[in-house]
Design a protein around this ligand. Structure first.
Ligand code: FAD
Length: 466
């Protein structure tokens, strides 16, 4: 039996970060993984999906160039699109595997881990590891509902989609979350006949009705969209038949079906019962989000495994916090969490930041249909809303579905994280003409509603096209 300070289960973004930080803090470590194939991000997540979106954006730019009086013909070579995607993806994944290969001798241990008790793990090869503290960083997997069994041969998930040599002629996407919407739009722009289905009426998990309406309009322009729809699937030879009912009803046959209905954490095979940890109704250990500790046990959890903030920068931040605290267990450090922040890389993108509802909140908004730089670029659509405390106009959150929302979202997230007020942000320089200028009307509305005095030097006018 190996005996050491910190055992980390899962060599993804969170686990690698936890191992590095625990070792830097002086702990002896092992990092256990079934495959060491590199991270979800590099292999089947962030990077290949953005590579597909980049190809789709190139096709879309050519197609809409005539808006500017520029005429071009185009042909999509799907095999070349997928070949470039895999070639780039493989180099990102290889870089991650190189990091893993550079780990000191004895740190890397291959096998599937399960708990025998709170601090003892058994690996699939029979080896046992005992540690003073354990970090669970096992990630998540695509959920495929039982009802999809009859069309098993047509199903794609993020684990298989990027391996396609050619694109299908028709694709049903089930699930209007970030993953489903990003890939549906990209596939549609690459010439695939896409239909997207979701039982919920609001796309992308957005709760704001006006932004949801903008999103529905934008996506329905590009592919066949069925929100609020219940579906039934059946095999149709080697293809899949989908029958839907809801706001509309119908039936259609598809070559392939991308199932994007959620990614539950990889916890079921860890034998968590042996740890005595308190689990919530989903079977996820109850943990403190500022220490990542599960109860008062020597077990920590990080990344998608906790299903709390399943995005990459959080997996890395949580991994380092969990690794640090595991190395120093039972002493622990608390770390204030950064503002919740997620981006869906559609066009326009959706950025969601911080708290967007609450007692004593006010809101300012900008309609990007009338925003100067967005009009210049013929992409004037969407809406942003910024939320602030009514008493002092301190920024609390934002929802943006507008051109440049991925970058504007960062600016707002950084200001919200720093505790800035709307008046303070208005004192910053805004270059002209930019999409950033679109933040100003929303910030001014907040100041007016909070009756906060903006500097008397702040001109309330706007330059042409701002
Ligand atoms: C298609 C897609 C697109 C995405 N795009 C973005 C994006 O643009 N931006 C963003 O911020 N986030 C994005 N994400 C989310 C992001 O990829 C994840 O939040 C992040 O990769 C999670 O990292 P992790 O370390 O928690 O898990 P992983 O990287 O999945 O690592 C978990 C590891 O644990 C191992 N493991 C599991 N169980 C065991 C066990 N019992 N024993 C041993 N090892 C085990 C697995 O083999 C795996 O190596 C995307 C995700 C997907 C699927």
């Amino acid at each position: 039996m190996k005996i050491l300070d910190v055992a980390i289960i899962g060599a993804g973004t969170a686990g690698l970060s936890a191992e590095r930080v625990a070792r830097s803090a002086g702990a002896s470590t092992v990092l256990v993984d079934e495959q060491f194939r590199g991270t979800t991000c590099a292999n089947v997540g962030c990077m290949p999906s953005k590579l597909l979106i980049a190809a789709a954006a190139a096709a879309h730019s050519v197609r809409r160039a005539s808006t500017f009086g520029v005429f071009a013909t185009h042909r999509i070579d799907a095999a070349a699109v997928m070949a470039r995607l895999r070639q780039q993806r493989d180099s990102f994944a290889a870089a991650t595997r190189e990091q893993i290969a550079r780990l000191p001798d004895g740190v890397r241990v291959r096998g599937k881990a399960r708990f025998l008790d709170t601090t003892t793990l058994e690996l699939s090869g029979g080896e046992r590891v005992r540690a003073r503290a354990v970090v669970i960083a096992t990630g998540a997997h695509p959920s495929i509902p039982e009802s999809f069994a009859p069309i098993r041969n047509c199903i794609l998930t993020n684990e298989t989609l990027f391996e396609l040599a050619q694109l299908p002629e028709s694709l049903a996407v089930v699930g209007a979350g970030p993953l489903g919407l990003e890939l549906a739009q990209a596939m549609a722009r690459l010439g695939v006949a896409v239909s997207l289905f979701d039982q919920k009426a609001a796309p992308g998990g957005i709760e704001d009705a006006a932004i949801a309406a903008c999103m529905r309009e934008a996506f329905a322009n590009e592919f066949d969209l069925h929100l609020g729809a219940r579906i039934q699937v059946a095999a149709a030879g080697d293809r899949a038949s989908i029958r839907w009912e809801g706001d509309s009803s119908g039936a259609r046959i598809f070559d392939r079906v991308l199932v994007a209905v959620g990614r539950p954490p990889n916890l079921a095979e860890l034998n968590l019962e042996a740890t005595g940890l308190r689990l919530d109704e989903r079977g996820i250990p109850v943990f403190d989000c500022e220490t990542l500790q599960c109860g008062d046990s020597p077990v920590f959890i990080a990344g998608d495994a906790s299903a709390d903030r399943p995005v990459l920068h959080e997996a890395q931040a949580e991994g380092s916090m969990a690794g640090f605290n595991a190395a120093r267990f039972p002493a622990e450090t608390r770390r204030r969490r950064s503002v919740p922040f997620s981006i869906m890389f559609t066009d326009p993108p959706l950025a969601l930041i911080g708290q967007r509802s609450g007692a004593g909140f006010i809101c300012g908004e900008t309609d990007y249909r009338d925003q100067g730089r967005a009009k210049v670029e013929a992409r004037a659509r969407g809406l942003l809303k910024i939320y602030a405390a009514a008493h002092d106009a301190a920024l609390k959150g934002a929802a943006l579905f507008c051109p440049g929302a991925d970058h504007l979202g960062h600016l707002l997230a950084w200001q919200i994280n720093a505790g800035a007020t709307a008046a303070a942000v208005l004192e910053q320089p805004f270059y002209h003409p930019t999409l950033e200028e679109g933040l100003k009307p929303a910030l001014r509305q907040i100041c007016a509603r909070a009756q906060v005095r903006v500097s008397p030097l702040e001109d309330s006018g706007s330059p042409s096209g701002a």
